[in-house]
Design a protein. Structure first.
Length: 327
């Protein structure tokens, strides 16, 4: 009986591949079977309308990143995380974040293996901001299929655009190394610019130095920041919130206009200030003719915990085959 187990497993695996008809795209007269699954973390800020069909058939897995408010631990997707986090930030309560455990990634990789995928591409928040990639690498060595771990060197929908590119590449039948290259090419074309009303949360989380935070508070500086090379870096310092938002808009619009006509994609993130973010997105849309409408979404809790209330972030990337992904 034991001798027949490998054969039974292979037959089961082949059956699982055949059952993944939702993960098949037509290519001429032949069908392309998706053999590479993509795993990411909740810092990618992927839009639900795009990700839900992919989550359902296993092509994509999003591992939630934990947020600790007081003694309670929440994950992205918990019903009350946004409200709880907003109240905690407004009250100045201690909020912390952590990386997912290696066990969570191991489970995600094993599920992909059990579903019949032959490899995994795992794309994560910048290693300079989180130990998530390290946890993913620890898990990668514990499973029976190849896992390619990619440090996105960015956050938010910039990371999400890389994930979309990897999913689209895998959807065309690409193996893991090819999908990693597609993701990296997309990531290399993305920029993140953001404004925070206060540097205090970034200081508490160790994302900027204490001296910079204290000086900024004393001088009432409203900084424009960016994610560059995986780290948070200053772009400009202005003296009022209104001017900071105006400069954020100008910087993002200039980036869009520096790219080939109609090539840019824009995402606008917010936390606790949706109306302000919508107005910013509308103004950017007017200035960036030929581009698709900006995607508007709340910043994931794991990022909002460090950025604080009132954050505005603009992600500028470029359109590509990820936009035409069939689900």
């Amino acid at each position: 009986m034991a001798e027949r187990e490998p054969g039974r497993w292979l037959r089961l695996r082949d059956a699982l591949v055949r059952l993944r008809q939702q993960a098949v795209q037509d290519s001429g007269d032949q069908a392309v079977v998706v053999r590479t699954a993509v795993v990411t973390d909740s810092a990618a800020a992927l839009p639900a309308e795009w990700s839900e069909p992919l989550l359902a058939d296993g092509r994509l897995t999003v591992v939630p990143m934990p947020v600790m408010v007081g003694d309670e631990i929440y994950g992205e997707g918990d019903d009350d995380i946004a409200r709880t986090l907003s109240v905690a930030l407004a009250a100045g309560s201690v909020v912390k974040t952590s990386r997912p455990s290696p066990g969570q990634f191991e489970q995600a990789y094993r599920v992909a293996q059990d579903r019949g995928f032959e490899s995994v591409v795992s794309i994560h928040i910048s290693a300079d901001l989180s130990g998530t990639s390290d946890a993913a690498r620890l898990a990668a060595g514990r499973v029976g299929i190849p896992v390619e771990v990619l440090d996105s060197r960015t956050v938010g929908m910039a990371q999400g655009m890389g994930v979309q590119a990897a999913v689209a590449s895998a959807g065309q039948g690409a193996a893991a190394p090819e999908s990693v290259r597609a993701a990296q090419e997309c990531l290399d074309r993305t920029k993140v610019y953001f404004y925070v009303p206060s540097l205090e949360q970034l200081r508490r989380g160790g994302r900027i130095g204490t001296a910079a935070s204290v000086l900024g508070t004393m001088l009432a500086i409203k900084p424009i920041l960016a994610v560059d090379g995986g780290k948070i870096v200053p772009v400009e310092k202005v003296r009022s919130a209104a001017r900071a938002v105006a400069r954020l808009e100008e910087i993002a619009a200039a980036d869009v206009k520096s790219r080939p006509p109609g090539a840019a994609r824009i995402a606008v993130h917010h936390f606790g200030n949706q109306a302000e973010a919508r107005q910013l997105a509308e103004r950017l849309a007017e200035q960036c003719g030929g581009c698709p409408a900006p995607q508007l979404s709340s910043l994931p809790a794991v990022l909002a915990a460090h950025a604080g209330l009132g954050v505005l972030a603009v992600v500028v990337g470029e359109r590509g085959h990820s936009e035409h992904l069939s689900t």
